[in-house]
Design a protein around this ligand. Structure first.
Ligand code: PMP
Length: 440
């Protein structure tokens, strides 16, 4: 019907947002993804921040095969052995404090829905505090508590959502204060406003340990501790959305470990499946017993699917065997040092931030004004792609132009060097081209 599959993709697919690449894609291995023209790209976004152990790791391929030999799917009331094993492994090796009971679903958005339903049922409340710049998913409840997504045009969001200004050391809402003072003052004000507006039905505070889509913002540790206290003071639960931060991405086991704060509910998704759709939500026995007694339900077609669990177990096993948590810290330190070195030479690199292998590089027209360099960001990203490096840029008028850089934790020093060289060349050429166009 159409000449090529690229034409077919334009004719028959719904466009779902985000930047679309000019070719179709065919295969992926380790840090490399390949398009239908046979071109290789270094994937410095780990797909959609998921492929932490590298694309198509043999252990994942084997896990899928194993599930094929045993079972992909059961009636949701039949708990597969492998699901029990995954829940036990999470509780034993990964979950903080007394968080120990998990449910397994498929996506991060779904995980947020689970967490919100748990918190609402446990507290008998419905009010949720979320951070500016947050992204917790695209489904109804999740998008209601997400501020970095496109909220317009989809009808009425869930009521009872309140926003805490996000800590942003580079673009603080409050001037003339330290990073920590500004973050805590914002929180204090937000809580005062919340207490004034609240109908007394607080359910939860939800937060990403690193506010990723909002520009890779790392809150001060005291801010997270203050969130813990704010939730406790109001009888609300604290939810950590660890879609991106769990299982080594930031150089610790979890965001909870980094901040030394134990939430009541933790959501995990992208980094659990290494590229396949599995998500988990975990909470304490106390909370789970309570909501179970109130008939908590999150019954879906693919809850507790054995295929996904087989893959999740394999991913966790590889992370431990290949010591990828430590490796993320080490390689993240190296990548960051390369960016910091570049920052010495490029006025346009305003800020380098992040943790482990989740890094943000913010582009500005100049250091004094800190004006977001949107055109430079877009052109450089395009040139990176032309030269074989896939990167993700977040462009928001109010929040700057920020590269979100997150290669697989298995990335090699050679791949990092290659990527940084491509990036530097692209940045230099883009800067010169834009300057020439301006002068002309
Ligand atoms: N939470 C966070 C922190 C995320 O980054 C994302 C995805 N960008 C989600 C939730 C939603 O996950 P999914 O896209 O798998 O629904």
């Amino acid at each position: 019907m159409t000449e090529t599959l690229l034409d077919a993709s334009k004719e028959f697919l719904v466009r779902y947002g985000g930047d679309v690449f000019p070719a179709l894609f065919t295969s992926a291995k380790g840090t490399i993804v390949k398009d239908s023209n046979g071109r290789d790209y270094l994937d410095f976004t780990s797909g959609q921040m998921c492929a932490t152990i590298g694309h198509n790791h043999p252990a994942i391929v084997e896990a899928v095969h194993r599930a094929g030999e045993k079972a992909f799917h059961f009636f949701s009331g039949m708990i597969p052995e492998v699901v029990a094993e995954l829940a036990q492994t999470l509780a034993r090796d990964w979950l903080p404090g007394d968080i120990k009971r998990s449910i397994f679903i498929n996506t991060g958005s779904e995980a947020t829905e689970v967490a919100l339903r748990m918190a609402k049922m446990y507290t008998d409340g419905y009010e949720i505090l979320a951070l500016g710049g947050s992204w917790h998913g695209i489904t109804g409840g999740a998008s209601s508590v997400s501020m970095a997504s496109d909220r317009k045009g989809y009808g009425v969001p869930a009521p009872g959502v309140f926003v805490i200004p996000e800590p942003n050391a580079y673009r603080p809402y409050i001037q003339g204060a330290t990073e920590e003072e500004a973050a805590l003052a914002n929180l204090d004000l937000a809580l005062k406003m919340f207490d004034m507006q609240s109908a007394g039905r607080g359910a939860a505070i939800i937060v990403e340990p690193v506010i990723s889509a909002g520009g890779v913002l790392v809150p001060p540790k005291s801010f997270m501790q203050a969130l813990r206290k704010a939730a406790d003071d109001r009888g609300m639960l604290l939810i950590f959305d660890e879609a991106q931060t769990a299982f080594g991405r930031i150089g610790t086991k979890t965001g909870s470990e980094y901040f030394d704060v134990v939430p009541d509910i933790m959501t995990m998704s992208k980094t659990l499946g290494g590229g396949l759709p599995i998500a988990a939500v975990a909470t304490t026995a106390k909370i789970e017993d309570d909501i179970h007694s109130k008939k908590f339900a999150f019954y879906t077609s693919h809850v507790s699917d054995p295929l996904a669990a087989e893959v999740g177990l394999a991913v966790l096993d590889v992370i431990q065997k290949e010591k990828l948590v430590a490796r993320s810290k080490e390689m993240g330190g190296y990548l960051r040092s390369r960016f910091e070195e570049m920052q010495q030479r490029y006025e346009e690199i305003g800020d380098v931030r992040g943790l482990g292998l989740l890094l943000g590089v913010e582009l500005v027209t100049d250091r004094a004004s800190r004006k977001p360099a949107h055109a430079l960001g877009a052109l450089t990203t395009q040139k990176c792609l032309e030269n074989g490096l896939s990167m993700n840029i977040r462009r928001r008028p109010e929040r700057g132009s920020v590269w979100r850089i997150a290669p697989p934790l298995t990335v090699s020093t050679g791949e990092i060097d290659q990527a940084v060289d491509i990036l530097e060349k692209a940045l230099r050429e883009s800067r010169d081209e834009l300057a020439a166009a301006k002068a002309a």
